[in-house]
Every structure is written in C-alpha cells, then in structure tokens.
Design a protein around this ligand. Structure first.
Ligand code: ADP
Ligand code: ADP
Length: 237
C-alpha cells in the first residue's frame, strides 16, 4: 500500500542556517510515527513543513517534495486553509480559544457550515468522548475552556481537532507540559484513534515513542539518523 504522505529531500534554511539537510520520510495510514532526537535537531521545523506553518515566514526557504494523497502540498494551486483542515496540529502548550468548551469543539464544524444544533451536539460529544475528556467537562460545556487544567485543555484541543476529521494529525510534544495522568489519557486516545488517521508525534521521550508508535525516526543535527519499525528499533540491543 502507498504511503499517504511522502516527503523527499527536504531542506530548510532559516536565513543562511540549514536546519534540515535532506530528509526522506514517508507516512502510512493507520500508523503513528514518532520523531525523536535532541533539542534543536529540527523535529518541530520538519513537522511545521507538513502543514505549511514555516514557508510563509520571512527568511525561511524550503526545498524538496511533500506529497499528500499524491498532491504536491507546496503547489501554487494548494489552498493553505484547506491543507490545514486535512492536516491538524496539536502543540506543546494547550491553546484552546478563550471561549466555551462547546464553542471550541464546534468551531471547525460551524466553519464548515454545520448549523443543525442536534448534529453539532452529537459531534461535540463524540469528539470529547474520543479525546477522553467528556466525563470531566460534560457538566461544564459552557465554561471557558481556559479555566480547565492544562491536561484537560490539551484534550479539549484534541477534541477540537478530531471534530473536523483531518487526515493527518501532527503533535509537537503534546504531553511534555502535562501531568502523567493526562499524558497517559492522550497516549491511550492516540492508540484508539490511529486506525482512522495518519499520526506524527514529536517527542523527546523514548519511552513514549516505544509505547505508542509503529515507526520511529531519529533525528540529529537536521538529518535522519535511523528509521524503522519501533518494535525492531527498541528491541535491538
Ligand atoms: P527541535 O524541534 O528538534 O527542538 P527545532 O526545529 O525547533 O528543533 O530547531 C532546529 C534548529 O533551527 C535549531 O538550531 C533552532 O535554533 C533553529 N530554529 C528554529 N526555529 C527558528 C526560527 N524561527 N528562526 C531561526 N532559527 C530557528
Ligand atoms: P522492516 O519491515 O524490514 O523493519 P520497515 O518497514 O521498518 O522495514 O522500513 C523500511 C524502510 O522504510 C526503513 O528503512 C525506513 O527508511 C523507511 N521509512 C519510510 N517511512 C518511514 C517512517 N515514517 N518511519 C520510519 N521509517 C520509514
């Protein structure tokens, strides 16, 4: 089966500084790929190329090819807003909108033009359940999302993303700022939903990579140093 997303000879310069030195990596549907490596090796930079958060920044230049479903996502014809719907992202710091839990999760659905209250209610509930935060917020759906704990906010952000059913989910150290219980909930959520998505997670934790990923890619100084199936990488001495 063809990978959903392929990236080839990716190079990125911040001004004169070459932050990515020719990355080749493909991603299969229904798999979690962990990107791992020391701070500053280029993990976030690479991840941000995939939803085009980098290329509109002054001084940044990117070369290489990125194909999603066979389409070149850097083609001049590519609509960046449409791409961001296909490729959702979760950041290290939870970033809910400063309005109610309900409105956070309904946001993307309303943007899509869904107005039917019953349909919105159902999708909001289903997404919050998928993100394993429903029980904690169901009596407070009208409360401001920023009033919840960091771990709850992050799961609300995941629900907001799942509500619009992207194809690819990018997570940039999504549990680094969280308590262990929320981190475990998020890992469990990713394992439960991976059958429906293509997931790429940046982590500095080998333990996290070995617990949840199907493939692991190690980066060092802007290069890939090792890639393969996680079960092979972590079992080999
Ligand atoms: P990681 O996610 O692995 O910690 P980053 O992708 O954040 O690494 O950074 C890779 C390299 O690019 C580092 O040397 C970092 O200092 C540099 N870098 C990251 N963002 C910028 C930027 N906006 N402008 C200039 N250099 C940057
Ligand atoms: P095997 O089944 O022999 O373990 P793999 O399926 O693990 O082989 O990987 C075959 C090659 O696919 C790897 O060497 C790696 O370079 C490449 N590869 C492509 N995409 C990825 C990815 N997302 N993560 C890791 N490796 C990848």
């Amino acid at each position: 089966k063809e990978p959903l997303l392929t990236t080839n000879d990716v190079r990125l310069y911040y001004g004169e500084h070459e932050a990515l030195h020719g990355i080749n990596l493909d991603f299969n549907q229904h798999e979690i790929t962990a990107l791992i490596g020391p701070s500053g090796c280029g993990k976030s930079t690479y991840l941000r190329c995939i939803n085009r958060m980098n290329d509109l920044v002054y001084g940044v230049s990117i070369t290489g090819s990125f194909r999603l479903d066979g389409h070149d996502i850097y083609s001049p014809k590519q609509d960046v807003v449409a791409l961001r719907k296909q490729v959702g992202m979760v950041f290290q710091q939870p970033n809910p909108f400063p309005f109610s839990v309900y409105d956070n999760v309904a946001y993307g659905l309303r943007v899509q033009g869904i107005k039917d209250k019953k349909m919105l209610d159902e999708r909001v509930e289903a997404s919050l359940r998928q993100a394993a935060v429903w029980n904690e917020v169901k009596d407070d759906l009208n409360k401001n999302a920023v009033s919840f704990s960091g771990g709850q906010q992050q799961r609300i952000c995941i629900a907001r993303l799942l509500a619009v059913r992207p194809e690819v989910i990018l997570l940039d150290e999504p549990t680094s700022a969280l308590d262990p219980i929320s981190s475990a909930e998020i890992e469990e959520t990713l394992l439960k939903i991976k059958d429906q998505y293509t997931i790429i997670i940046v982590t500095h934790s080998m333990q996290q990579a070995s617990r949840i990923s199907d493939r692991t890619a190690f980066m060092l100084n802007g290069k890939l140093v090792e890639t393969g199936k996680t079960k092979h990488i972590f079992l080999n001495p």
